[in-house]
Design a binder for this molecule. Structure first.
Ligand code: ATP
Length: 628
């Protein structure tokens, strides 16, 4: 615990490849396409509003050189009226832009989030082994919000401000080209500095967003593991780990703020100096009668109207960079290859639910002739395992006959969970094959495989849903009657009936409001609700007290009689549910036989069983029970 509490979580496992911000952002196009008309309209309206802002200096020039110089009050009022109208039109158009983008952008964000969620569900378990959940959470929340903000604001305003600056420059040069050139002198150094800033900011933005992901992971783990943290009194070390991460994030954010402050300073100071210089030069020219006062007022008003578009470039670039990083992070997940619903050889399964005669093996193939669950020369290595380590499973040959229950026993870390994970195709073997009722598992679609095989894992996960929804998740199309039968089988009908709303009771996040044994029984009910042909149970009785365990065992015995099952067992009471036992040692099956045969003939098995607390008593107690 100390280790986990102190260890900071991994960031995304991929080494991010930094592409140009524009290329990254262009990847958003498929999601933006459906709302492109509104977005372009919004951009057009904003450009129009900005250009109206640039007409104001021209009205000022007319006002100063005309009615003001001629002391014409009527003309002055008229000029004032024009200015007011232009101001109102500009404000209204910016309002229209906001209305135009609000709804479509919310739908872009929703579509992206939905696509991400769907994709994450279809990614292989090996992906989830590698990725910290906080990294996925932060991509689905913070990064997508950043993208919505980018589409609503910086994207449009980079366009609008670019157009405004261009039109403004033309107007300035047309009004007085010599003053215009002085004003535009800082453009080149500004461009160089902006590109330096962009490169530095991109690195900092990526770091900050990854750190937010790490922080999310710690918060998530702390909330889910709150009982362990409190139970072991680890709140201080957990708080230290959290503080360390927040400190790192703070340092990165401060670095970002410093970069932003520096570019902001340059972007505001250089144009300010240029405006000062043109003011002096312009005033001298007006004094020399080389320039009209109205032209100078219009020139300076245009220059001032361009200040916001120029000033904003710094933070617009910063926001665009963050959005490019968010896009990269989003597509790092989306680019991961999802598992297809096809069998490994590309054939979509036939839909037959195996009765021994269905295709999948060659004629005369013993595995084909043999029904049940067959492992033939199965080897498995985790994708992220070190090259120089042996495969987790090697040369597994095992035949579980139709209707038979096989217990899988082995020392901790011997590969029991890994072996069971191959049957519902959470992973595919790296060599060899598995057949179910004579059909190669790899030739079945994942849906078919999962319709044939049901699983209950050691850690019974329940979702924030009702009891009924949690159980019925185990089989498509299962009805109320199946639900009640499954609850009875798992000996869960009693406590579920006592819940405030029975099967309609919400069991809360991770089913935390239920006891470990209750959760395990609901997970069992989920496994048996679809009357699966093959049942895989990973130590399903580990969290039950002796009394409840006996009840569930009795019920399970009935279920196991109608199915072919592989049951990971740590204690004799579970082993005794099985017809035969397979001993897994160092990734190989080293012995197969009945519990009593192995107990008698296999010292490793005998040691394993005797090492189980309460084994002897329970085994003795079970001796008298009818072992199938
Ligand atoms: N995702 C993974 N990536 C790499 N190695 C893994 C992964 N999951 C498990 N392993 C390794 O595979 C080996 C077998 O693990 P497995 O969980 O199958 O053992 P087990 O027999 O079920 O253990 P236990 O009885 O403690 O549950 C272990 O050495 C484990 O460290």
């Amino acid at each position: 615990m100390a280790d986990t509490a102190q260890t900071t979580p991994q960031t995304a496992p991929t080494t991010p490849l930094r592409r140009s911000a524009v290329r990254s952002l262009l990847r958003l196009w498929p999601f933006v396409r459906p709302v492109r008309t509104r977005l372009f309209l919004a951009a057009f309206v904003a450009v129009l509003a900005s250009c109206i802002g640039l007409v104001i200096p021209l009205v000022l020039k007319w006002l100063v050189d005309g009615p003001v110089t001629e002391r014409d009050p009527g003309g002055t009022w008229l000029g004032g009226g024009y200015l007011l109208l232009l101001g109102i039109a500009e404000a209204l158009l910016f309002g229209v832009r906001r209305v135009l983008v609000a709804r479509p952008l919310a739908s872009v964000e929703a579509a992206m989030r939905e696509a991400l969620y769907r994709h994450i569900q279809r990614l292989p378990v090996a992906f989830h082994d590698r990725w910290a959940s906080g990294q996925l959470l932060s991509r689905a929340t913070t990064d997508l919000q950043l993208l919505r903000m980018f589409l609503a604001f910086p994207l449009v305003f980079l366009l609008v401000n670019g157009a405004t600056i261009l039109v403004g420059c033309v107007l300035l040069l047309a009004q007085r080209w010599s003053l215009g050139l002085v004003l535009l002198a800082p453009v080149l150094p500004l461009m160089v500095m902006c590109s330096v800033f962009e490169a530095k900011y991109a690195v900092a933005a990526r770091r900050a967003q990854d750190q937010v992901g790490d922080l999310t992971t710690v918060v998530e783990e702390s909330v889910l593991g709150i009982r362990i943290i409190k139970g072991f009194g680890r709140h201080r070390s957990q708080a230290r780990a959290f503080k360390e991460l927040t400190h790192r994030l703070r340092t990165t954010e401060l670095h970002k703020a410093r970069l932003l402050a520096a570019i902001w300073c340059v972007i505001t100071t250089l144009p300010e100096i240029a405006i000062g210089a043109t003011l002096v030069l312009g005033t001298v020219q007006v004094a020399d009668d080389a320039l009209s006062a109205g032209t100078l007022v219009a020139f300076l008003s245009t220059a001032l109207a361009l200040r916001w578009p120029v000033d904003s470039i710094g933070f617009l670039l910063a926001m665009s960079n963050e959005a490019a990083t968010a896009t990269d992070r989003y597509f790092e997940v989306m680019d991961e290859k999802a598992v297809t619903d096809e069998g490994r050889d590309g054939a979509v399964g036939s839909g037959e639910t195996g009765s021994g005669q269905a295709g999948g093996g060659e004629a005369g193939d013993p595995a084909r002739a043999a029904g049940g669950l067959v492992f033939e020369g199965v080897e498995f290595r985790y994708p992220d395992a070190a090259e120089d380590t042996p495969p987790t499973l090697r040369g597994i040959d095992l035949h579980i006959r139709p209707g038979e229950t096989m217990a899988l026993v082995g020392a901790t870390g011997s590969g029991k969970t890994t072996l069971t994970a191959l049957v519902p195709r959470l992973y595919d073997p790296t060599a060899g094959r598995i057949t179910v009722d004579g059909r190669d598992l790899a030739s079945l679609s994942r849906d078919e495989a999962r319709a044939l095989v049901a699983v209950a894992f050691e850690e019974p996960t329940l979702f924030s849903a009702t009891v009924a929804e949690n159980v019925l998740m185990g089989a498509e199309g299962a009805q109320e009657a199946d639900l009640l039968r499954a609850l009875r089988v798992a000996q869960a009908d009693g406590f579920v009936g006592a819940l405030p709303e029975g099967t309609a009771t919400q069991v809360g996040e991770q089913g935390l409001s239920l006891s470990g044994g209750q959760r395990q029984r609901l997970a069992l009910a989920r496994a048996v609700v679809g009357r699966p042909r093959f049942l895989i149970l990973d130590d399903p009785l580990s969290a039950l007290d002796v009394h409840t365990e006996a009840l569930v065992e009795a019920a399970l015995r009935r279920v196991l009689a109608t199915t072919t099952a592989l049951v990971v067992a740590h204690r004799p009471s579970t082993v005794l549910l099985a017809d035969r036992v397979a001993l897994l040692s160092g990734g190989r099956i080293t012995a197969v036989g009945t519990h009593h045969e192995l107990l008698r003939d296999n010292p490793e098995y005998a040691t394993l069983m005797s090492g189980t607390s309460g084994m002897s008593g329970e085994a003795d107690r079970s001796e008298g029970e009818s072992v199938r």
